[in-house]
Design a protein around this ligand. Structure first.
Ligand code: FAD
Length: 455
């Protein structure tokens, strides 16, 4: 196939499919191929049919991502979509201190902070939409082996020899272990968090699903309970690999009991280390200081719980989990960031370029924001008669996204460290910080804006 007016996207996850749909409309005279290694598409999921249980992989999507999916033609936010989990507020609390933080979309006069949506619903709907676009072609079961500046070589089970597609622009949307990135030998920073996520779907008491996303932080990482519909919730529990292994292999009743104990416990009074290694006079000073600081921290948290502040600040206990309705999967967590998102006519989007800890539910949101930025940059070139692979344009995309992703990545990394710490000083600092933020409308507006994907 000739390279002129041809674009190849490698990877058919949400990011690759979103790009295919948006780019095919932006550039109707280009032929756009999407090559995806998985041989089969997920079965279509009707948004009005809630008779099947939720599929296990779900995402918390911010308003910016929801907007992009709507632009693709997905009715993700419509009132008729009964398979969406809408969350209005978020409650975050600490397992080691009495502090918590609760913020609500109403702070910004918005109806919601975001949506929790199934991966299978988004991917199957985007594939169906792409099949109606004359210039978009999805090749399933196409395993990409190598990529050069203008060609993609792949194999399929139906063909004995590898096939090559020549393209003006190649986009790697092939996830954390990106073949595209590896083929180009792009430099990458990789830091293992030393944590593994256990994911599953559960049902809670009663049919009604609340509008709060819950997240309780342990030194191993956060346990999140994210609302879907009909009493279903997604669990994402980030913890140490040993604990994750035990959680994933525990008897289902034991797993449910651990989940309930961990998610239903409310704010915990702060406890300081014993200081047993200190000489007696220093130990006495430490005990005095601990009592003073403990009274202050516990007192500020009690102020937060005072009913006169109303529901927006008051701690809420999550619903009781009654049923485990899916298998449990373990996913090791790493931070990854590529040094440059582009080289020649090849560009990276989504997890191929960056991956972050799931604690803030940002990974896919960042990938969808990459798509929007790449489209904006390509449009600025093509609208003035330039090519889609203009080097300056792709560099601009790389710099802009790298800068934005670094900001979010830095914030998530700091949170990971702050909550991991058991040092008295840091524990006290984070307890005070959380309680004070909980009292400040302005600080919470900033958090709500960040959760919604606004700058
Ligand atoms: C536990 C957990 C919870 C998360 N929760 C959230 C959340 O709530 N919100 C959020 O925004 N993000 C979340 N994320 C992050 C999110 O899952 C990822 O950022 C997102 O899935 C990345 O999408 P992608 O399309 O870039 O990559 P992927 O979804 O990994 O898709 C890559 C695609 O490329 C294909 N592929 C790979 N190699 C090849 C090849 N050689 N040839 C052809 N095709 C290939 C694969 O088949 C796949 O279809 C979470 C992550 C984890 C681990």
């Amino acid at each position: 196939m000739s390279a002129t007016k041809s674009i190849s996207i490698v990877g058919g996850g949400v990011v690759g499919l979103t790009l295919l749909t948006r780019l095919s409309r932006l550039l109707p005279s280009h032929t756009i191929h999407l090559l995806d290694g998985s041989p089969k598409s997920p079965p279509p999921l009707s948004p009005t049919d809630t008779s099947t249980i939720p599929t296990i992989r779900t995402y918390a999507l911010n308003d910016a991502s929801v907007d992009t999916l709507m632009k693709c033609g997905l009715d993700v936010d419509s009132v008729d979509n009964l398979r969406k989990g809408e969350y209005k507020s978020m409650q975050v609390w600490d397992s080691k201190t009495p502090s918590y933080l609760k913020f609500d979309a109403s702070l910004l006069s918005s109806p919601k902070l975001g949506l929790i949506i199934e991966d299978d619903y988004i991917t199957s709907s985007l594939e169906t939409l792409a099949s109606t676009l004359p210039n978009a072609h999805i090749i399933k079961g196409a395993h990409v082996k190598t990529v050069t500046n203008n060609s993609v070589t792949y194999s399929t089970s139906s063909s004995t020899s590898p096939q090559t597609l020549n393209s003006e622009l190649i986009v790697g949307a092939d996830g954390v272990n990106s073949t595209v990135r590896n083929s180009l030998n792009l430099g990458i920073t990789k830091i293992g968090y030393g944590r593994t996520a256990v994911i599953s779907t559960v049902k809670v008491e009663g049919e009604v699903t609340g509008k709060t996303a819950w997240q309780r932080f342990f030194p191993g990482g956060p346990l999140a309970l994210l609302p879907l519909w009909g009493g279903y919730y997604s669990i994402v529990w980030s913890t140490t690999p040993t604990h994750a292994k035990a959680l994933a292999s525990a008897d289902p009743d034991a797993f449910l009991s651990t989940l309930n104990t961990c998610i239903s416990s409310g704010p915990t009074p702060i406890k300081f280390s014993s200081g047993s290694s200190l000489p007696p006079p220093l130990k006495a000073v430490k005990n005095f200081a601990d009592d003073l600081v403990g009274t202050l921290v516990n007192g500020i948290s009690l102020v937060n719980m005072n009913e006169k502040f109303g529901d927006s600040k008051r701690f809420e206990t999550p619903p009781k989990i009654t049923e485990l309705i899916s298998p449990r999967f373990k996913i090791p967590l790493n931070l990854q960031h590529v040094d440059s998102y582009t080289q020649g006519s090849v560009v990276l989007v989504g997890d191929a370029a960056h991956s972050v800890h799931p604690m803030a539910g940002q990974g896919l949101n960042l990938g969808i924001a990459d798509v929007e930025c790449l489209l904006k940059c390509i449009q600025s070139s093509t609208s003035t008669g330039g090519p889609v692979n203009d080097e300056y344009t792709l560099e601009r995309y790389s710099k802009e996204r790298r800068r934005e992703v670094m900001k979010i990545m830095g914030g998530i990394h700091a949170l990971h460290h702050v909550f991991k710490e058991e040092n008295d000083l840091i524990v006290t600092g984070r307890a005070l910080g959380m309680s004070l933020i909980n009292m400040s409308e302005n600080a919470k507006k900033v958090l709500a804006r960040a959760a919604m994907g606004e700058n």
